[in-house]
Design a protein around this ligand. Structure first.
Ligand SMILES: [Zn+2]
Length: 451
């Protein structure tokens, strides 16, 4: 049976363009697909509202409430959730060795994993994140628990068991036995997720996940390329994130991450590259030629990348690009917060930061993006990168959405009649919304969170 949603909505079906859907009636079929959109001028508008009201299938938005497409987080390290908001004062090497690897190693304990993953996925749904692309750990069981948790809580998810078999770069306590074990457990994980009870519609999908080139042997990278070809699974990894990592790959393979991944068969239409701060025009060409996507993680860039991804350039080239929280390299679980940081980061690139320099020397002209482009990245841009029919309110798309209420208790957003127009209100939402403004979240047409 269909259900109906009546109210104001925003979406960004095209990069850089926002559509305000005034008092729109959205029909969602029993499979969670958007069946129709009607505005007030549609011949069946009122009769459809009347029928839905009689049948008890109508959700009416209140004044100050807006329906937004669900947010898409393209880069989450699920096991790092307990570390969110701490250890950010450390340099990357210490952060990894002293904090992150020991924490990730704890997921051998399944009860620990189940507890953290329950909290993480609930938190993301409460922030309006309807699709998550996750790095789990190298543990088969704990990675399976993450996939199950996403399915049980109803989040659209792409989950990867990590590959880390290169003993020269992985700590002894957190490294796979050998390449064979790494590849065998990957195949087992893919089969488990695909055949998981209740996952008939593949709401949760397995992802091939070499942590990054340094953590994997060439044998594993080669094997993963073959698995990708056989299974058509998504692929995720880190790409040219920091000076160290970027140069490590050049030293080891004589080429950049993008070219190396491509040669291993790991750069496809279904690949998401986290960060990619140091990619050249030539790297962009190969990434774009293969149709791979990039997860821009502005908050994490501030702390661990020694640079900020040039998002403007990627958007101008029409690359596939979305946003990621990079929990816990970035200290926020909210994609809305990362939207505003994507804007801030681009403004800092453009204006520069060092007042000791002449104004003309300080920044990089033409680097800025605006809130509308950030919103597109957070929604439709992420969906295009993942190649899923979501991220905007269009017939045939999945109904993944949430209610943003600017009048929610403790809201930091204020709007004024005859002063703020629709675009002002959306800019205020991107600039000031928090978890308190997210009232209800739906994935695949199912209510999965309610305040
Ligand atoms: Zn990461």
């Amino acid at each position: 049976m269909s259900q109906y949603f009546l109210g104001n909505a925003y979406h960004a079906p095209k990069q850089g363009e926002i559509e305000f859907l005034r008092k729109t009636l959205i029909e969602v079929d029993g499979q969670g697909n958007i069946q129709s959109l009607m505005d007030e001028n549609h011949a069946n508008y009122q009769s459809s509202i009347d029928t839905a009201e009689q049948e008890g299938t109508l959700t009416i938005l209140q004044a100050g409430q807006y329906l937004l497409p669900g947010l898409i987080d393209l880069h989450i390290h699920a096991p790092q959730f307990p570390q969110l908001g701490k250890a950010l004062h450390l340099p990357l090497e210490d952060w990894l060795q002293q904090c992150t690897f020991p924490l990730e190693a704890r997921y051998q304990d399944e009860a620990f994993a189940a507890n953290v993953y329950q909290k993480l996925v609930s938190t993301l749904l409460a922030n309006g994140t309807t699709t998550g692309l996750y790095f789990a750990t190298l543990h088969l069981e704990a990675s399976t628990i993450l996939a199950k948790t996403c399915l049980e809580l109803g989040q659209r998810a792409f989950v990867g068991k990590l590959n880390m078999d290169n003993k020269a770069e992985c700590p002894e306590f957190y490294c796979e036995e050998n390449a064979e074990v790494s590849l065998e457990t990957t195949i087992e994980f893919i089969n488990r997720v695909k055949t998981m009870l209740g996952n008939d519609h593949q709401l949760v999908q397995p992802v091939i996940t070499p942590r990054f080139i340094p953590s994997c042997s060439d044998q594993v990278l080669e094997g993963l390329g073959e698995i990708a070809e056989q299974t058509d699974c998504h692929i995720q990894t880190h790409c040219s994130e920091s000076d160290w990592e970027h140069n490590y790959v050049i030293d080891r393979h004589g080429k950049t991450d993008s070219h190396s991944l491509n040669d291993f068969g790991l750069l496809t239409r279904h690949t998401i590259l986290a960060h990619s701060n140091f990619i050249s025009e030539d790297d962009c060409d190969v990434i774009q030629e293969k149709g791979a996507g990039i997860a821009h993680c502005p908050l994490s860039n501030y702390y661990f990348s020694n640079a900020v991804f040039p998002l403007r350039r990627a958007l101008d080239r029409q690359m596939h690009v979305g946003l990621g929280t990079d929990i816990s390299g970035g200290p926020s679980a909210s994609i809305i917060e990362n939207c505003r940081h994507a804007v801030h980061a681009s403004r800092l690139r453009e204006e520069g930061t060092n007042p000791a320099l002449e104004q003309s020397q300080r920044g990089l002209a033409g680097s800025r993006i605006d809130f509308m482009e950030a919103f597109w990245c957070a929604t439709r841009g992420g969906a295009i990168a993942l190649d899923i029919p979501a991220g905007s309110f269009e017939v045939g798309h999945k109904f993944d959405a949430f209610i943003m209420d600017i009048n929610a208790p403790n809201s930091n957003i204020t709007a004024y009649d005859n002063y703020d127009d629709e675009m002002d209100i959306l800019q205020k939402i991107i600039s000031g919304a928090g978890r308190q403004n997210v009232m209800k979240t739906w994935v695949d047409g199912k209510l999965v969170y309610e305040q």
